[in-house]
Write a protein that binds this ligand. Sequence first.
Ligand SMILES: [Fe+2]
Length: 146
Amino acid sequence: MAPQDGIAWAGDISGLLLYRSGQFQAQLFTFPPGTVIPPHRHPNVDSFDMFVSGDLTIRKNGKPICPCDFFSQTIDGLPRLRAVGFHIGPEDWHSGEVGPRGAAFLSFQHWQGLEPSTIGLDWEGQPANEQHGEQLSAPPYAKEIT
Ligand SMILES: [Fe+2]
C-alpha cells in the first residue's frame, strides 16, 4: 500500500480514501477545531466537494462559497448545509477556517496528469501545518502519467 492510500495524515488533518478508480477518487477529510487552511490550489485535480458536518468556511478565490460564515448543525445534530456542494477547479485558489466543532467534507476528485494520491500532496501554497510542510518537501508520492 502506498503511503497516500488508506488514511492520509497531515498533522491532525485526516483524508480517508473511500474510493478510487482510474483517475477518479473520493476522500473524506476531517479537521480539528480551529484549523486554518491557508490559501492554496491543487493544480492537477478538478474536484467537487460536499459539506458533511461541523463548522467550516471555505473561500474560493477570496469569496465564501456560501452566504453563511460557519455553517451550523440543526437541533437534531445534522449539519444544516449537509449535501451542499462546491466545485474547486485546478486554477481555483481556496482556503478554509474551521470552527469549534471541527469539520468534515467529502472530496470527489478527477486527477489530471498525475496518478491519484491525496490532494494534500498536490498542493501549491503555504502548507496547512508543520507535518504537511515536511510532506511537501519530501520526494513526490504521485507519479506523472506517461
Ligand atoms: Fe484544497
